[in-house]
Write a protein that binds this ligand. Structure first.
Ligand SMILES: C[S@@+](CC[C@H](N)C(=O)[O-])C[C@H]1O[C@@H](n2cnc3c(N)ncnc32)[C@H](O)[C@@H]1O
Length: 223
């Protein structure tokens, strides 16, 4: 079965229930497996996002990344947080940014609204990856940057990767996506550049720039 054929369950009720313990569980995931991918995503945002960029964090969860951006001086009024879980969004109330209830597959935004769209560990919860990626490119302005971090079906580095991946699968909080599959879905949107950051372990960071001017991109060409 391909990435596109598989129809995953709706995980919003599960994340509603997990919201109060999410930060503790997610810190463990970042410590053991996801930290490098998260750091790569955040580095890309810091390197390429202009100080006045309009940024959407899609599947924002409890808002940990948004909180870090605001603490570093990013203007909260340029930041929008999107999540379909009310319990998750309620944990973002301290962040003075727009908070919007909604899904990756049907984002309640006009076309070309955002300069940067980040989505960390939420793509794998999507009920329709093709639609989710299409929506991301619809709401990104031409030339805008898409930064994804997700659980990926890469070989585990060791027993700890295996344990933590297995725990995630058993808990049912997401799935492990094919990097090639995600890259192909992005390329189908006509994005001018897609870069997969070289990482080890069951994770991926993929950065893409929506085509603006033929042949121009802030991202490096693939070797
Ligand atoms: C693993 S958490 C990631 C949260 C946050 N981005 C982070 O890095 O901690 C996954 C998030 O995706 C949200 N989610 C679940 N289904 C979704 C969907 N269809 N569209 C957008 N977000 C979804 C969940 O409510 C949850 O907040």
């Amino acid at each position: 079965m391909t990435l596109v054929d598989y129809k995953p369950p709706d995980l919003v009720p599960l994340y509603d229930r997990l919201a109060s313990s999410y930060d503790r569980l997610h810190r463990r995931w970042l410590r053991h497996a996801g930290g490098e991918a998260q750091a790569a995503l955040e580095a890309a945002v810091r390197a390429f996002a202009a100080p006045d960029a309009r940024l959407l964090d899609a599947g924002c969860g409890t808002g940990a990344f948004a909180r870090r951006l605001v603490a570093e001086g990013f203007a909260p009024n340029r930041l929008t947080l999107l999540d379909p879980s009310e319990a998750m969004l309620q944990r973002c109330t301290d962040i003075p940014s727009d908070k919007v209830l909604g899904r990756l597959e049907a984002m309640p935004f006009e076309d070309h609204t955002f300069d940067v769209l980040t989505c960390a560990w939420a793509l794998e919860t999507s009920t329709d990856l093709t639609l989710a990626i299409a929506e991301m490119f619809r709401v990104l302005r031409p030339g805008g940057l898409l930064c994804l971090a997700f659980c990926a079906d890469q070989p585990p580095r060791g027993v700890m990767d295996w344990i933590i991946s297995r725990t995630l699968q058993l808990r049912g909080t997401g799935r492990f996506l094919s990097v090639r599959g995600v890259t192909a879905l992005i390329e189908a949107q006509g994005s001018s550049r897609v870069v997969s950051v070289p990482l080890t372990g069951p994770v991926a960071t993929v950065i893409a720039q929506r085509a603006q001017v033929e042949g121009y991109s802030v991202l490096p060409a693939r070797p």
